[in-house]
Design a protein around this ligand. Structure first.
Ligand code: HEC
Length: 197
């Protein structure tokens, strides 16, 4: 495609010759220059949006969220909840977030907004010490069936109304703060929240 600038002019030929090859001395066509500068500008804006600032969503974050949601659905469909499944749920961001929402709407009134427990109301839930069982399934059962002490129901009334899904999620939320194999059973009188002011 001839460039307008060079129309009607004889092409200028550079004085040098290499291996019998000669070179024209013409300005580059405008459409070609436009494409070059446009792609430089695009590359700069692309870099700015994707790498230098967080203007566009990070693909990895989006993919991880999708994978979490998929795994959360698969785990929620598991019929026999065992320790392994509950541990898996506790490492799933979506399930843990669901459980945290349950905690913040129901459990914080007795166990405290920071989970440190409240004297006479509810036990501390964010340390590795457990009175009523130190396995994921024991914690799940404590939440779904409530806890009896010396034959009487404690303040930890049955939360059965929540349904299995949300009980599993809030169990996962509690477990998300624990390390596998590090949870210990302590006597009821040693529970730190009972000594708290
Ligand atoms: C009305 C107050 C109250 C509410 C609401 C409550 N709890 Fe409790 N919870 C208690 C009390 C009291 C105990 C200690 C039982 C005892 O006296 O031995 C307890 C104990 C527990 C334990 C056992 C702790 C251990 O050391 O073994 C877990 C787990 C627990 N609660 C989770 C939850 C979750 C999750 C929720 C929300 C779905 C919740 N609780 C809501 C009062 C409450």
């Amino acid at each position: 495609m001839p460039d307008d600038d060079n129309l009607g002019e004889k092409p200028v030929i550079m004085p040098h010759t290499y291996d019998g090859i000669q070179e024209y001395d013409q300005s580059l066509p405008n459409w070609w220059l436009f494409t070059l500068f446009a792609s430089i500008a695009f590359a700069f804006l692309y870099w700015l949006a994707n790498f230098a600032t967080d203007t566009t969503p990070d693909d990895r974050v989006a993919v991880n969220a999708e994978m979490d949601a998929l795994e959360a659905r698969q785990l929620a469909a598991v019929k026999n909840l065992d320790d392994a499944t509950l541990w898996k749920m506790s490492r799933n961001a979506k399930t843990v977030a669901e459980g945290q929402a349950v905690y913040n709407s129901l459990c914080f009134t007795c166990h405290g907004p920071t989970m440190a427990g409240m004297k006479g109301l509810g036990f501390r839930l964010n340390d590795e010490f457990w009175v009523h069982g130190n396995t994921p399934t024991a914690i799940f059962n404590n939440i779904s069936e409530g806890i009896m002490f010396e034959g009487k129901p404690t303040g930890m009334a049955s939360q059965k109304v929540l349904g299995t899904g949300r009980i599993a999620a809030v169990t996962a939320f509690l477990l998300s703060m624990q390390k596998e194999g590090a949870m210990k059973v302590i006597p009821r009188k040693d529970e730190p929240s009972q000594l708290a002011p």
